[in-house]
Structures are given as structure tokens and as C-alpha cells.
Design a protein around this ligand. Structure first.
Ligand code: XAN
Length: 450
């Protein structure tokens, strides 16, 4: 049984969240109370009698010894939604976001991505880019992010420190690459193993439960067997999450086939090295065979769907319906900077377009609805990072990771009209909203500056 702590803050107004895929609950006249740990202790909705709501506000304030004027946030005609969860982003690549959109994956890595990542050995350069990317993610309502850093130990730790300072919830990975990488951006096997262990220990020793290390073999082609094996063992020993890339681009898949002629498939390569389990997040997964989908499902591995990136690098389109039908954990990723936009709202829109494009070629594909895409950006993401008991929606006992959205802000990118329902306004926000609509942001109950 969860201990009910003293409520220190109340949020009054419309709450919108998902409890199950495809269903968005729109709950006017709601009351959410959080304790000093930022945990939701009270959640009641749909008061028909507003006097009763006010009575409850007063009695909660009296019972918890808090001042009504200071502790109650009346959201008025704004609404509360869960923070977005970005399940795949490359923090250093934010430097390049919006540029270098003309090449497919392997050429793009060589021409644009490795050169910029190699600059992160310079901590001044790193601090500038990392401060900006974390601030930008927060401004777009991303309360939890799975970040790739670079191969550099110190700069990766710096990213974790910046994230901690800003109060974001995140998984941070020091990238591992000990082969098929340029001379200016490669580590020895020994360096990669030792620095990853050191990185994991350093992050864990900081004791910030919101910021966790994640073991990060870049992708199978850039890691030797010895490194892959060591990373599988390390993540098992430390019980960390694992993130990598899988089946994004057809040339990449052919390359993996040539590197591992004896192994059944790209997905089986990760399985072979104990890197495909219930703590793993695989980005992209665009070209999986039926066998590979089955294996991912059996292993309870999660997929991060990155449609902006998949369109931009001309990688292909993930069939989300197939993934959902296989009962695979699925969330959304910006994949900065393969994906050019840091906003999960933009990723939601492209996930719907991606699914629609499947439908053009296959009548049996039911296109993703905006309600489903919103679920993937919130609850879906929470399952991907194995934190669905803590975040994703506003159930009692979960942490309060939330965005207060103002659809009527003076410079709003969309207009609302008389007679529109809350659902209409919410849908307009999903399709047309942006950071101008973000009024306040909370992570584990803390109000975040952005
Ligand atoms: O979209 C991607 N971005 C990357 O940085 C990367 N590295 C390997 N595979 C990758 N795919």
C-alpha cells in the first residue's frame, strides 16, 4: 500500500490524459493534489457540482495545513497534459538540427554526424550545445528524454550534470564505437568498456533518481564482438537500460549481414550479445521481418518510432500497426538530428502521416489516430523506459510530470471558436500547437524554468 503523504499543491481545472491506447480522457473540473515528493496523492474529476469541488479544495487545504491562496493553481481555460517522453534523441547532433538533410543514413553519418560528434571532446563546445538542447527539449514539453551523448566520458557526464541542473528526467548514454568509425572519432575496445563502466558508476553515484545511465552500443556495425559482449554483461550487472539502433536503412542491414554471416538476422545479433531484453530500446526498426518482430515481442524489447528521421533520411516507414499488434512496447522519438525537429508534437504528427502512408498501399492497415499517437507520446513512452508505474498519466501514486497548455495565449499558433468542445481544442493543439502554448512545466512536482 502506498503511503499517503501530505498534499502541498493542488491543480484545479481540465486534465487530459490516456489510460489505454486510443482513448483520451478529457476531464473538466478536475482536482489533482501532489505531495512534496511530487507524487500524485489526489485525483478527482468531472465534478458536476462546482460548489462541491470548492468545498473539497477547502477541506484538502485545511486537512493538510496549506494556504489556499498560495497552494491552489487554478488553470482556468488552460489544460493539463502529461509531459512528453522522447525515447530517442542524440543530444550532440542538436548542433546540426535542420541541416544535412540530403543524404541517407550511412553517408549522413560520415559527412555530417561523426564530424560534429567528434567536437565534443572540447568541453566548452559541449557545454554550449548541451545546455541549448536540454533547454529546447524542455521548452517543447519533453519531461523525459533518452539521450545519446558521444564517445567522450567527460562530455557525457557534463550532459548528465546539465540535465540534472535543469531538473529533467533522462537516460544518458555514453556512446560506444570501437570499429568502422573515422580515425578522429573512435575508441579502443578497452577504452570503450572501461569508460562506459566509469560513466555508469559516476552517474549512479550522483544519486539523482531522475537521471540514469543507459548502456549505448551505437549500432552493431560500430562495435566489435568483444565490446558488444562486455556491454551486454555490464548492463546485466548494473541493471541499466540499453539503447541502440536496429534495421533503419537497407544498406545498413546488408552491412550487418556481411559482418555476421552466421547470425540469422540483425535483431538476432543483439540477442546473441545479451543486448535484446526487457530493458532494451531499439530505435527505428523499419525493415524488420516477421521473425524479428516475433523475437522483439518475446524478448519484451521496446521500439522507439522516429518518423521524422525516417522520412528525412529516406530510411523507410515503420508499420506501427504491426508493432502494436505484436504487443511490443512502442514510444516516439525525435531522433535529433536525423529527425530535424525537437518537438514530440511534431513527431506525433509525422507518426500519423507515416501510418497514413502505409494505408495508401495496404487497405488492411488501420491508420493511427491522433488519440493513439498522443498515447504513444506519453504512456507508450513510459512503458518503453520501464517507468509506467511512475509517469505517463495522472494516476494516483505516479509522479507529477505535467504540462499546462494555454490554447488561448495571445500568440497562439491556432484559433479557437465559440461552440468548440474541449476535444476540438485539444485536437487543434495536437495538430497546430507548439511551444508558445506551453504555459508551465513540472517534473516530479518541480516547476521547471524553460
Ligand atoms: O538515425 C541514426 N542516427 C545515428 O546517429 C545513428 N548511428 C547509427 N545509426 C544511426 N541512426
Amino acid at each position: 500500500m502506498m503511503k499517503a503523504n501530505k498534499i502541498i499543491k493542488l491543480f484545479k481545472g481540465t486534465v487530459i490524459h490516456s489510460l489505454e491506447i486510443g482513448k483520451v480522457e478529457i476531464l473538466p473540473n478536475s482536482l489533482i493534489g501532489i505531495d512534496e515528493e511530487g507524487v500524485i496523492q489526489h485525483m478527482k474529476s468531472n465534478y458536476e457540482d462546482l460548489k462541491q469541488l470548492e468545498k473539497d479544495v477547502s477541506s484538502i487545504c485545511i486537512n493538510n495545513g496549506i494556504d489556499e491562496k498560495e497552494s491552489v493553481i487554478d488553470m482556468g481555460n488552460k489544460f493539463l497534459i502529461p509531459g512528453f517522453i522522447d525515447t530517442h534523441a542524440h543530444a550532440p547532433q542538436y548542433h546540426n538540427a535542420g541541416t544535412g538533410t540530403d543524404l541517407p543514413l550511412l553517408k549522413w553519418l560520415e559527412k555530417y554526424t561523426f564530424p560534429v560528434e567528434s567536437k565534443f571532446k572540447d568541453l566548452v563546445f559541449a557545454e554550449n550545445v548541451y545546455s541549448k538542447v536540454v533547454d529546447r527539449m524542455l521548452r517543447h514539453g519533453t519531461t523525459t528524454c533518452c539521450y545519446y551523448a558521444t564517445i567522450h566520458l567527460e562530455a557525457s557526464e557534463l550532459l548528465a550534470d546539465i540535465v540534472s541542473k535543469r531538473g529533467q528526467r533522462a537516460f544518458i548514454g555514453k556512446v560506444c564505437m570501437d570499429r568502422h568509425s573515422p580515425d578522429h572519432y573512435i575508441e579502443s575496445t578497452e577504452q570503450s568498456i572501461n569508460n562506459t563502466r566509469e560513466f555508469v558508476d559516476r552517474i549512479l553515484s550522483k544519486g539523482n533518481e531522475l537521471v540514469q545511465p543507459i548502456v549505448t552500443p551505437r549500432f552493431a556495425p560500430s562495435c566489435t564482438n568483444e565490446l558488444m559482449e562486455a556491454l551486454g554483461k555490464l548492463s546485466q550487472e548494473k541493471q541499466t537500460l540499453i539503447q541502440s539502433h536496429l534495421s533503419e536503412n537497407k544498406d545498413e542491414i546488408e552491412w550487418v549481414k556481411s559482418l555476421y554471416p552466421g547470425i540469422e538476422s540483425y535483431t538476432h545479433v543483439y540477442k546473441h550479445f545479451n543486448l535484446l531484453n526487457e530493458r532494451t530500446i531499439m530505435a527505428h526498426c523499419v525493415h524488420l521481418s516477421e521473425e524479428e518482430i516475433k523475437l522483439i515481442s518475446t524478448q519484451q524489447t521496446a521500439i522507439s518510432h522516429c518518423p521524422i528521421s525516417n522520412f528525412t533520411l529516406s530510411s523507410g516507414n515503420l508499420d506501427v500497426r504491426k508493432v502494436l499488434e505484436a504487443n511490443i512496447k512502442l514510444g516516439l522519438g525525435s531522433d535529433i538530428s536525423g529527425g530535424y525537429h525537437p518537438s514530440i508534437l511534431q513527431v506525433i504528427r509525422d507518426s500519423i502521416k507515416c501510418s497514413n502512408s502505409h494505408y495508401f498501399n495496404n487497405d488492411n492497415h488501420t491508420p493511427l489516430t491522433f488519440e493513439e499517437a498522443f498515447y504513444l507520446a506519453t504512456v507508450g513512452g513510459s512503458k518503453v523506459v520501464n517507468l509506467d508505474h511512475r509517469i505517463g498519466n495522472f494516476m494516483i501514486g505516479k509522479d507529477f510530470d505535467a504540462q499546462i497548455i494555454d490554447p488561448f495565449v495571445s500568440n497562439s499558433p491556432f484559433d479557437c471558436f465559440d461552440g468548440e468542445t474541449l476535444k476540438d481544442i485539444f485536437q487543434k493543439f495536437i495538430y497546430l500547437g507548439d511551444d508558445r502554448n506551453l504555459s508551465s512545466l513540472y517534473i516530479k512536482g518541480n516547476k521547471i524554468k524553460f
